[in-house]
Unconditional design. Structure first.
Length: 124
């Protein structure tokens, strides 16, 4: 059966889409749909981490924002912890981005490149 002919809804069983999504997620975890994932700690080819300085919404205080991190949530939190220790500042990991207190763009880019990631300054 092709993808277009899959049963989506039936008066007997109701909506089948949640079940199909669960099956797709299981297959993806096994590596069946998207293929092999990059090794842990390594960014996929062609991905670039953006590092920028922001002050908006922070009452004039500067923050370094690291975005477009191609890692999972656990790896992003671990990277945030390492960056905070490396820069000696506080910060947080939010989804697939990290915020550090203060302007540490050069230190962050140097650290990320040393760890094997591709990082660039973004913004103005």
């Amino acid at each position: 059966m092709g993808r277009d002919s899959e049963l989506v809804w039936s008066s007997d069983g109701g909506d089948f889409r949640p079940e199909q999504k669960r099956e797709a997620k299981k297959a993806k975890r096994r590596g069946g749909i998207s293929g092999a994932a990059p090794p842990p700690g390594q960014a996929p080819a062609g991905s670039t981490i953006k590092v920028k300085r922001e002050t908006s919404g922070r009452k004039g205080k500067t923050a370094t924002t690291i975005s477009e991190i191609p890692l999972g949530e656990a790896e992003t939190k671990a990277l945030a912890k390492k960056l905070k220790q490396h820069c000696g500042v506080g910060g947080t990991a939010r989804g697939s981005s990290i915020e550090l207190q203060g302007d540490h763009r050069d230190k962050v880019i140097a650290y990320l490149e040393k760890e094997g990631h591709r990082a660039v300054k973004a913004g103005g």
